[in-house]
Design a protein around this ligand. Structure first.
Ligand code: TYM
Length: 331
């Protein structure tokens, strides 16, 4: 059976970029596949982070995922650090991965450029990601476009390991990305990808007032200087958001009013604020209910770890046997 795995870094709150690009799809996939979704707290270590807030952020990310519609009964929802096999498999994989391949990763090049002393963990980041996926022998990975290169590396790792240790019958599948039409949501600055670290986001738990405060100054079609200038919706980042948040007839109306200068950008933003607020309202409500039930959330997280671990231990048994380790023999 096809198995789905995906992960998200608990580096801040879940924003509409993650949500549209990945998590919304994760929710839908629950009906069709066996799914595992993970807050990848071990990946956080590759950049400077605050140990005092890591636990709460990890918990909050898992709460956000559940609020967004991931169901801990149907899917396995867990924290990466609760399953020690992730790092164990990663070590095995580091020995079938070329340093040159890792140095070519775009995200490594971007992040390492801004650092004086580059930690080895940052270079190994995609090997841990390969281990995350392959530990569960998952073959489908729903992600945004920025993760596609890391997935290519995961396939290379699977292929190299299979060639070395399972030449007759591949043990690991070659995981494929599942992209959505929202594979790259731009930030409200209209300049860069929406990203936690750039502060150009709308969080899924933000209030109607916060959403409006963020949309009001957001960048639109740069050629539209005044309300009287007709605009080009295709060049406007907020039109893209309308396409994801607003009903079809609103999207058509927005495009017409923009092209004919019937509406100014502020009026268009008002409508967008309303549709974003309406779509996020049930998520915010579920978030509040989950936060009020701390022990229920803790139980769900513990159960997720237990279920993930059972699968992980099983995979590792097959890995260690094929790699030739001495098994523990009870006397
Ligand atoms: P992360 O935490 O940066 O992002 C989580 C998911 O959200 C997608 N995403 C976006 N999609 C569209 N537009 C955007 N602006 C946007 N920003 C983020 C990302 O593509 C991702 O799917 N390395 C991963 C985490 C990871 C992982 C894994 C993913 C670790 N192990 C194994 C899949 C499988 C990351 O940093 O995602």
């Amino acid at each position: 059976m096809d198995r789905v795995f995906s992960g998200i870094q608990p580096t801040g709150e879940l924003h509409i970029g993650n949500w549209l690009g990945a998590v919304k799809n994760w929710v839908e996939l629950q009906d069709r596949y066996e799914c595992l979704y993970c807050a990848v707290d071990l990946h956080v270590l590759t950049v400077k982070y605050d140990p005092a807030t890591l636990a709460e952020r990890t918990r909050e990310m898992l709460v956000s995922l559940m609020a967004a519609g991931l169901d801990p009964e149907r899917s396995i929802i867990f924290a990466q650090s609760h399953v020690p096999e992730h790092t164990r498999l990663m070590w095995f994989f580091t020995n079938v991965t070329g340093i040159g391949e890792l140095e070519r990763m775009t995200q490594f090049k971007d992040k390492s450029q801004r650092m004086e002393r580059v930690p080895a963990g940052l270079l190994m980041y995609p090997v841990l990601q390969a281990a995350d996926i392959l530990l569960y022998r998952a073959n489908k990975v729903p992600v945004g476009e920025d993760q596609v290169q890391h997935l290519e590396l995961s396939r290379d790792v699977a292929r190299a390991w299979n060639a070395e240790f399972a030449p007759d019958e591949p043990y690991f599948p070659e995981p494929q990305p599942l992209l959505t039409p929202a594979k790259r949501i731009m930030g409200l600055d209209g300049e860069a990808k929406m990203s936690k670290s750039l502060g150009n986001t709308i969080g899924i738990f933000e209030t109607p007032e916060q959403i409006w405060d963020k949309l009001k100054p957001a960048k639109t079609d740069p050629a539209r200087k005044t309300k009287k200038d007709p605009g080009t919706p295709e060049l406007c980042n907020l039109y893209t958001l309308h396409q994801h948040f607003s009903p079809a007839e609103t999207v058509t109306a927005v495009a017409d009013k923009c092209r004919s200068a019937g509406w100014g950008c502020l009026e268009c933003k008002r409508v967008l604020a309303d549709t974003v607020t309406a779509q996020l309202a049930p998520i915010r409500e579920r978030g509040e209910a989950l936060r009020a039930d701390r022990s229920g959330v803790d139980r769900a997280i513990a159960r997720g770890a237990e279920r993930a671990r059972a699968l992980a231990v099983d995979t590792m048994r097959g890995v260690e046997r094929r790699m030739g380790f001495l098994p523990v023999i009870q006397g």
